[in-house]
Design a protein around this ligand. Structure first.
Ligand SMILES: Nc1ncnc2c1ncn2[C@@H]1O[C@H](COP(=O)(O)OP(=O)(O)OP(=O)(O)O)[C@@H](O)[C@H]1O
Ligand SMILES: [Mg+2]
Length: 241
């Protein structure tokens, strides 16, 4: 039994001539929240899609929850909230959540209502998604990713457009999930969110430049804030590995 939820070994993914992920190795223990940081185009979404098994690596090994990805059997154990929302706009909130649940083998009605309440949309459960605000759509996406109680939650910039109050609620819920053993991988450009992650990885040009807690990344760069550390890595003025 391995306590690591995700093991990437020298993983590469090319799009034409572009090395979107370039020989990247990374291990994520189960039950933590791991934050992916890096500038636009760094390869965060590509990495998440490799972990989700939606892309196949050109080289290297991707192991998730003990399986070599892509592996269809593992899909039902993964919740994936995409960067651009992927909802059926002509279906209601409840119908969307029920659909994504059914796709992953979860057909419990009470669970559908539970996750809708969790993202604070109980009053809009019957509304068509097309009639929701941007932040509300984001909340429906999170409900869809959670409904089947995944062991691994992949969140690609989950709180973009979500108001501060709900963002705090999301993060306290993520912490609860960790306590239940759920592993979370989250990409973000929001530094106060990054501070909440147990471990962070700085990615640039498809490579992992540095890894560690927020405190250790600040220490590695000699910067007072995570934001300054991020800028130092993003500009390439600091390379620690
Ligand atoms: N399907 C694709 N076809 C061609 N190029 C792609 C494809 N997907 C991603 N890329 C390229 O791979 C690189 C990494 O993209 P990716 O979406 O992984 O970045 P990111 O770190 O998620 O950026 P952002 O912060 O903007 O979301 C970019 O140069 C992007 O243009
Ligand atoms: Mg992205």
């Amino acid at each position: 039994m391995n306590d690591d939820a995700i093991i990437l070994e020298s993983v590469s993914k090319r799009f034409g001539k572009l090395e979107a992920v370039d020989g990247l190795s990374l291990t994520i223990p189960a039950g933590i929240t791991y934050g992916l940081l890096g500038p636009n185009g760094a390869g965060k979404t590509t990495l998440i899609r490799l972990i989700a098994g939606l892309l196949r690596a050109d080289a290297g090994a991707v192991r998730v929850l003990g399986a070599s990805m892509p592996d269809k059997a593992i899909l039902a154990r993964i919740g994936y909230m995409t960067q651009a929302y992927a909802l059926y706009t002509d279906l209601s909130v409840r119908e969307n959540v029920a659909f994504f649940g059914a796709m992953a083998g979860q057909s419990d009605r009470a669970r559908v209502d539970e996750v809708i309440a969790l993202v604070d949309l109980a009053e809009r459960a019957s509304s068509l998604v097309s009639t929701l605000s941007g932040g509300m759509k984001q909340r429906v996406s999170l409900a869809c990713a959670l409904v089947h109680r995944p062991a691994l939650l992949l969140l690609d910039e989950p709180t973009v457009g979500v108001d501060p109050q709900l963002r705090v609620q999301f993060w306290s819920y993520f912490r609860r999930l960790n306590n239940e053993g759920v592993t979370i991988v989250v990409s973000s450009h929001v530094m106060d969110e990054a501070e909440r992650c147990d471990r962070l990885g700085f990615i640039r040009q498809g490579r992992l430049l540095a890894e560690g807690s927020s405190a250790s990344l600040r220490q590695q760069t000699g910067m007072a804030t995570l934001e300054e550390a991020f800028l130092a890595f993003a500009e390439g003025t600091i390379v620690t590995r």
